[in-house]
Design a protein around this ligand. Structure first.
Ligand SMILES: Cc1ncc(COP(=O)(O)O)c(C=O)c1O
Length: 393
């Protein structure tokens, strides 16, 4: 709090600021006054609102994407020794959940333009042990879902979409969350709908959904909040060794209000993206995100790539100089295969990931979020243009 206030006073444009207004604050206060702090009526309302917004049959809220991914693999019955295909351009949580089962994440390279799962790499990675594919919709742009679902059908594999970045995104006119077996969203603090921490599992499969609902709450055959409401008795039984992964009404208070504005927030991010694209497309020292014509991105991120061959500066120094000019940035992502743990435990060869390696050296995510002013966007554009000119070869 103190730091962010200082940043604002110093005129520093942060990489991200949550878009929380009085509406959210009032709903949180009303929740505190209501007496239901953990999972309760607001959680149920948020699940219903979310399912209706997405157009999925079932929605189960959880305390993070990571928990939702874990429960999804559990419901699919992942076993030790099974393999799960994961793109290297993601936050490591996408791969980490596979380890929980003694199974093996098979990390693959990505498409040069979109940094999404490469279809040819998936086909090369499939073995008799492959059970699941987890496509990540990098920065918000949907992966090649038709091809991925076709491959999954041909090899009898499950698909869990990692939609941590894609609320809302569209693939061939359909909202992400309504297409594959299972889609998991994240409501982490920097995401397009934020509840601090949180996630949602959307699916069109009742049995799957019921299993995740059971396992998010200790494997209890009756939700805890119902035990304490007027209608129900104290009695419950544990029918499986589950987890403590539930969402809370305090988080739902934020989620319900944020969901009402999610389309409006998308428009705000689209506006910023269009300014960046218009003003930076003439800069030959960088390349901009490539969005395929049959899909729409949530614009969770706006990752630019430096044309290093034409510059005398590397990515990390460029980021430091942007910071000196009052612009905060991020890097999405250091590829999974470059993290020491994954490199060692999976005996990965850096040379097997030429596309991700090349992109990683160049990537900088510049600020994009509702509440970023046009003046700040102009400042970011000017800072990028100034530094590329200053450091051009
Ligand atoms: C692509 C991707 N997948 C999964 C996650 C994990 O989400 P959570 O923090 O809600 O567990 C993140 C979080 O940054 C992410 O970016």
């Amino acid at each position: 709090m103190e730091k962010s206030r200082k940043n604002m006073e110093n005129n520093f444009t942060q990489f991200h600021r949550p878009f929380i207004n009085d509406e959210e604050i009032n709903e949180v206060v009303a929740t505190l006054k209501s007496g239901w702090l953990s999972m309760g009526p607001r959680t149920i309302q948020f699940e219903d609102d979310f399912r209706n917004y997405i157009g999925a049959d079932y929605s189960v809220s959880v305390n993070s994407w990571t928990a939702g991914g874990h429960l999804s693999l559990e419901a699919f019955g992942l076993k030790p020794g099974d393999e799960v295909i994961v793109p290297t351009m993601t936050f490591p949580a996408t791969a980490e959940i596979v380890y929980y089962f003694g199974a093996k994440p098979v990390i693959v390279d990505v498409d040069k333009d979109t940094l999404n799962l490469s279809i040819s790499e998936i086909e090369k990675a499939i073995t008799k042990k492959t059970k699941v594919i987890i496509p990540v919709h990098y920065a918000g742009q949907p992966a090649d879902l038709d091809e991925i679902n076709q491959i999954a059908k041909a090899y009898n594999l499950k698909v869990i979409e990692d939609a941590a970045h894609s609320l809302p995104s569209y693939y061939k006119g359909k909202k992400i969350g309504s297409i594959s077996d299972v889609t998991v969203f994240s409501f982490y603090a920097t995401k397009t709908l934020c509840t601090g921490e949180g996630g949602m599992i959307c699916s069109n499969n009742e049995e799957f959904s019921e299993r995740t609902r059971l396992m998010r709450m200790h494997g209890m055959n009756r939700d805890a909040w119902k035990r304490y409401s007027d209608a129900c008795s104290w009695y419950y039984e544990i029918v499986a060794p589950g987890f403590k992964y539930n969402f809370t009404d305090l988080q739902a208070a934020l989620g319900i209000v944020q969901l009402r504005k999610v389309d409006q927030m998308l428009e705000m991010r689209k506006h910023i993206a269009s300014l960046y694209t218009k003003e930076l497309c003439g800069n030959e020292f960088i390349s901009l995100p490539v969005i395929k014509s049959d899909r729409e991105t949530s614009w969770h991120l706006y990752p630019i790539r430096l044309n290093l061959e034409a510059l005398k500066i590397g990515r990390n120094d460029f980021i430091n100089e942007l910071k000196d000019l009052g612009v905060g940035t991020g890097v999405h992502f250091m590829p999974v295969h470059q993290h020491q743990f994954y490199k060692d435990s999976l005996s990965l060869n850096n040379s097997d990931f030429p596309v991700a390696n090349d992109a990683f050296e160049r990537l900088i995510s510049i600020p994009i979020y509702p509440g970023l002013t046009d003046a700040e966007v102009t400042k970011v554009i000017e800072a990028v243009n100034h530094l590329t000119k200053k450091h051009s070869r």
